[in-house]
Design a protein around this ligand. Structure first.
Ligand SMILES: Cc1cc2nc3c(=O)[nH]c(=O)nc-3n(C[C@H](O)[C@H](O)[C@H](O)COP(=O)(O)O)c2cc1C
Length: 311
């Protein structure tokens, strides 16, 4: 029997397997990005960086509550200038390994996204991922840009004009109609879509003290608890657009990765599972996915893609 082929093409860029390190997980330094690549990831994403350095929220910022994580890291990052240096180093370390680099950015204004994208693009990452799930200070009530199709489209258009790299826009599940947001960003030139960022906000209370555990009180929920929602979002988005989708949310094993691909994903992001199983999770899930494909007679990832859409 032929060994199944795990490789995929994302916007014409070769990934040896569909497993992508999600943003915010071990993506803070060139060394860590290289380590995750050596542990078997098909591509790696840096932690989101903004225009200026940010300390983030006070501890505790991350809690494993039993069925996943809740986090309010607060977008701590060294700012775009320092991030560009980290990304340049990371790119040099990843190039011999053949592992593409996705640079994640955020900003507090529409124009800010363009400025950060331009700075980060100088480091020549393979993709730019636009995290529009952070609070939007230009709009009322601090809503994320991802909450409104026009805001999401405006950010996409600015980044699209700023760089010639493939642009991935990362969507939030915290919207009534994620397909509408996906269509809006595709129409402004997104080359791919990541879905989803964390769900929420949620809250976990320490019942001994009666107080919320996170210093920020609330945070985004990730991990196994959100997987059915992530799968549904990927299904809805991939039905609505023609561009490839990176399916993210609660993937913890090979069968979970297959489920995301069957929902329509081209690649599969992994975040919380790295906390649970260490960076070795990438090689492990790749092995599990291979075994799953061999058992079910799939020889290529594309044979599983979007199966859930067939009537
Ligand atoms: C501790 C932590 C930090 C995160 N930081 C970022 C970030 O900086 N940018 C971003 O786009 N997503 C961030 N995320 C969201 C993840 O990239 C991912 O979309 C989400 O956790 C769902 O995937 P998972 O269930 O596999 O973790 C973060 C998630 C966690 C748990």
């Amino acid at each position: 029997m032929t060994t199944p082929d795990l490789s995929v093409s994302l916007c014409g860029i070769f990934l040896r397997n569909p497993l992508v390190l999600a943003s915010g997980i071990l993506g803070t330094s060139a060394e860590l990005l290289e380590r995750v690549a050596r542990c078997g990831a098909g591509a790696v994403t840096s932690k989101s960086c903004g225009p200026t350095p940010r300390a983030g929220h006070p501890n505790p910022t991350v809690l494993a509550w039993g069925h996943g994580l809740i986090n309010a890291v607060g977008l701590s990052n060294p700012g775009a200038d320092e991030e560009a240096r980290i990304l340049r180093d990371a790119k040099a370390r990843l190039a011999p390994l053949g592992v593409p680099l996705i640079a994640s950015i955020f900003a507090e204004t529409v124009q800010g996204f363009g400025e950060v994208a331009r700075k980060v693009a100088e480091a020549a990452p393979d993709f730019i991922e636009v995290n529009i799930s952070c609070p939007n200070v230009e709009a009322e009530f601090g809503r994320p840009f991802a909450a409104d199709a026009r805001d999401a489209a405006a950010v996409t258009a600015v980044v699209r004009r700023a760089v010639s790299l493939p642009v991935i826009v990362k969507l939030s599940p915290n919207v009534p109609d994620i397909a509408a947001i996906a269509r809006a960003v595709e129409s402004e030139g997104a080359d791919a879509i990541s879905a989803i960022n964390t769900l929420g906000p949620g809250m976990v209370i320490d019942t001994d003290s009666g107080k919320p555990i996170l210093a920020n009180r609330t945070g985004g929920v990730s991990g196994p608890a959100i997987r059915p929602i992530a799968v549904r979002c990927v299904y809805d988005v991939s039905r609505a657009v023609r561009v490839p989708v990176i399916g993210i949310g609660g993937v913890a094993c090979g069968r979970d990765a297959a489920e995301m691909i069957m929902a329509g994903a081209t690649a599969v992001g992994i975040g919380t599972a790295v906390y649970d199983r260490g960076p070795e999770v990438f090689a492990a899930i790749a092995e599990e996915l291979l075994a799953f494909m061999a058992t079910h007679g799939y020889t290529a990832v594309s044979q599983m893609r979007g199966l859930a859409h067939d009537d």
